[in-house]
Design a protein around this ligand. Structure first.
Ligand SMILES: C[S@@+](CC[C@H](N)C(=O)[O-])C[C@H]1O[C@@H](n2cnc3c(N)ncnc32)[C@H](O)[C@@H]1O
Length: 213
C-alpha cells in the first residue's frame, strides 16, 4: 500500500522507519511518502498557519496550504482515503486499522497548535481520526501510531502467525490476549502456571481460551 503523510516535520518519522515492523515492509508492501506543507505553500516565507478568526490563542493550519499540498501530490484526483488526525475524529480501533491496512492508498494529514481550519476536515479530508481522548501537541505521533499499527498488518511484517492471535483480533473474539510467561519458571516465589509447563497442548489451548480477557 502507499501511505502518504503530510506534516511540518517529515524528519521526525526517521526513527520509526528504522524500527521493525515498519522497516521490514518499507519499500515492499509499504510505500511511505512524507510531504512537508512548507514545500508547496502558496504563502511567503514558508507560512502555513494563521491567527484564528474570532480571536483567541494559537495558530490554525490554513486550508489553502493543505489544498496546495494535496494538489501538488495528486493533481485533480484526490485519493480515496484522506484522514485528518484530530482529537475530534472517530476514535481509532483495531477494526479501523484492519480496514486501512486493506486500502491501496491512505493519506494522513497532521496539524499542530490549534489544529485544522475546519474546511480542511469538511472538504479536503474524507475522514477524521483520533488516537484517543486526550490532546497531543501535534498530529505526528498519531500519524506514527497509525503507521505502526497498519504496517504490522501488512503481509510479511511479522513472523508467521504472530499477528493473528492478538488482542482485539477475530481469533480472540475481539478480547484481550491471555497472559504470557517465559523463563525462569519460578522467580521470587512467583510461579508460572503449571499447565503452561505441562507440554499438553490441548490443556494449554484450553487455559489460554479461559484467560482471554
Ligand atoms: C494541540 S492539538 C489541537 C487541539 C485542539 N485545539 C482541541 O482542543 O481539540 C494539535 C493537533 O495535534 C493533533 N492531535 C492532538 N491530539 C490528537 C489525538 N488525540 N488524536 C489525533 N490527533 C491529535 C491534531 O492534528 C491536532 O490538530
Amino acid at each position: 500500500m502507499q501511505l502518504d503523510v503530510f506534516t511540518l516535520v517529515p524528519h521526525a518519522f526517521a526513527w520509526l522507519t528504522e524500527q521493525r515492523p515498519v522497516s521490514t515492509v518499507l519499500g515492499g508492501e509499504l510505500d511511505l511518502r512524507l510531504f512537508s506543507y512548507r514545500d508547496t505553500t502558496p504563502l511567503r516565507n514558508g507560512q502555513v498557519d494563521d491567527e484564528p478568526y474570532g480571536g483567541g490563542a494559537g495558530m490554525v493550519l490554513r486550508v489553502d496550504v493543505v489544498a496546495a499540498a494535496l494538489e501538488a501530490a495528486y493533481g485533480a484526483t484526490p485519493p480515496r482515503r484522506v484522514i485528518a488526525l484530530s482529537p475530534q475524529g472517530r476514535q481509532l480501533t483495531q477494526a479501523i486499522v484492519e480496514e486501512l491496512a486493506n486500502e491501496e492508498h491512505v493519506t494522513l494529514l497532521s496539524a499542530r497548535f490549534e489544529g485544522f481550519d475546519e474546511r480542511i476536515v469538511e472538504h479536503l479530508a474524507t475522514d477524521a481520526l483520533s488516537i484517543g481522548p486526550y490532546v497531543l501537541s501535534n498530529g505526528d505521533l498519531p500519524a506514527m501510531v497509525l503507521l505502526d499499527a497498519i504496517a504490522r498488518r501488512l503481509p510479511g511484517a511479522l513472523s508467521e502467525g504472530s499477528g493473528e492471535v492478538e488482542s482485539f483480533s477475530d481469533e480472540l473474539s475481539g478480547g484481550l490476549e491471555y497472559p504470557h510467561y517465559t523463563r525462569p519458571a519460578e522467580f521470587r516465589g512467583w510461579h508460572v502456571p503449571d499447565v503452561l509447563l505441562s507440554g499438553d497442548h490441548a490443556r494449554i489451548e484450553g487455559w489460554r481460551k479461559e484467560h482471554v480477557r
